[in-house]
Write a protein that binds this ligand. Structure first.
Ligand SMILES: *[C@@H]1O[C@H](CO)[C@@H](O)[C@H](O)[C@H]1NC(C)=O
Ligand SMILES: *[C@@H]1O[C@H](CO)[C@@H](O)[C@H](O)[C@H]1NC(C)=O
Ligand SMILES: *[C@@H]1O[C@H](CO)[C@@H](O)[C@H](O)[C@H]1NC(C)=O
Ligand SMILES: *[C@@H]1O[C@H](CO)[C@@H](O)[C@H](O)[C@H]1NC(C)=O
Ligand SMILES: *[C@@H]1O[C@H](CO)[C@@H](O)[C@H](O)[C@H]1NC(C)=O
Length: 339
């Protein structure tokens, strides 16, 4: 803009000078009538023209300036609009992510409130199974307020018959004595990968949810049989961990039925329905009636010795009262479990 101003100014100056120069010889040649007045009139007119042109130029310059200013202003305006739009987009984005966050939190809360009452709390092997733990082995169950269970180590059978089974008893090695007192049967004993009793207190708490009991047995010939009860629970310690079972199925015979509705007895705690002390006769802890139709916590007898005594691990419905089994597993699972 300033270059244009200069150019125009220079052109104008040249124009004025040229005209002044061109008139001079004429003035000299012409007779001097009123030389001073003429000269001054012309100068005045030139001056006016110059002033006019100058003002025109200034006007033009001003116009240009304002045009440029307008352009700049427009650009600033556009920039502003752009920025406003940008901020609006950012605002929208942050609002979107905020809403998204809130939705996620709500989904989480909904999931938690569902899981707290149903499937997500871990209180047995079945809940671990539904959380995709599908390999059989030792697991640690966290303490659970709903069932009132402390933290316990368990063995989960995640493979047989749909999995989700919590073992409550196993006999297979034969080096752990099961001839133990009330307190030991209450709290459990043995090794979770070998022979053990999970503990009456744990069994009581785990079976507060309607549960299935499955008993798997193996004899010294390698044959296997099972007995299943679609309902299994024990009462609390005040009620001597009394047994309740219902709805037998299986191929080993219903040899726990005889023990239905009886209290648990151990060495030093005779709660059976006999004048005899069944626990000392059968050398275990069990729901002794008078005394047995099965004795799964009896003495482990090895092959050769397994058919000589009545205090062995027996199941009358399969091998009668004098046959001690090679292997037994008692396992539980909630009735509503779906593999
Ligand atoms: C100066 O410009 C005005 C209009 O802008 C015009 O009326 C006037 O005649 C001009 N004077 C000269 C000396 O050109
Ligand atoms: C079982 O135990 C309860 C208390 O623990 C007792 O009241 C009841 O008489 C016992 N039942 C038998 C058959 O011993
Ligand atoms: C165990 O006893 C209850 C009654 O207390 C009965 O309903 C149930 O069917 C019995 N279980 C078996 C396997 O007979
Ligand atoms: C035993 O099974 C029958 C028929 O399926 C059922 O109606 C009954 O409720 C079951 N009993 C128990 C104690 O679960
Ligand atoms: C079991 O053994 C006892 C003696 O220990 C014997 O009197 C009884 O006949 C045996 N029972 C069977 C079914 O073999």
């Amino acid at each position: 803009m300033s270059l244009l101003t200069v150019t125009l100014s220079v052109t104008l100056l040249l124009l004025v000078l040229t005209e002044a120069w061109a008139q001079n010889p004429r003035k000299r040649l012409a007779p001097p009538k009123p030389p001073k007045a003429q000269c001054c009139d012309e100068v005045r007119s030139l001056k006016l023209q110059v002033a006019n042109l100058t003002s025109l130029l200034e006007e033009l310059g001003r116009k240009q300036e304002t045009d440029l200013m307008n352009v700049v202003r427009q650009m600033i305006e556009l920039d502003k609009q752009n920025r406003q739009q940008e901020s609006r987009v950012t605002e929208a984005e942050s609002k979107y992510s905020e809403i998204n966050n809130r939705v996620e939190i709500m989904q989480l809360q909904a999931a938690q409130s569902v899981t707290q009452t149903t499937s997500d709390a871990i209180y047995d092997c079945a809940s671990l199974y539904t959380k995709n733990y599908k390999i059989s082995g030792e697991y640690k169950l966290p303490a659970d307020d709903f069932l009132g269970t402390p933290e316990i180590d368990v063995f989960c059978d995640m493979e047989s018959n749909g999995g989700g089974w919590t073992l409550i008893q196993r006999r297979k090695v034969g080096l752990t004595s099961f001839n133990r007192d009330w307190k030991q049967y209450k709290n459990g004993f043995g090794t979770i990968r070998g022979d053990f009793w999970l503990g009456n207190e744990n069994i009581f708490r785990l079976t507060r949810q309607p549960s299935i009991l499955r008993i798997e047995m193996e004899d010294w010939e390698g044959q296997t049989r099972y007995a299943e009860y679609s309902y299994f629970t024990v009462k609390n310690e005040l009620n001597s961990y009394k047994l309740f079972i219902a709805n037998y199925s299986g191929n080993a015979g219903d040899s726990l039925r005889y023990h239905n509705n009886t209290n648990f007895s151990t060495k030093g705690k005779d709660n059976d329905k006999c004048v005899d002390d069944c626990a000392s006769l059968r050398k275990g802890g069990y729901w002794y009636n008078c005394c047995t139709d099965s004795n799964l916590n009896g003495v482990f007898y090895r092959y050769g010795d397994h058919s000589k005594s009545t205090d062995g691990i027996n199941w009358y419905g399969w091998h009668g009262p004098n046959y001690s089994l090679k292997r037994v597993e008692m396992k539980i699972r909630p009735q509503n479990f779906q593999p």
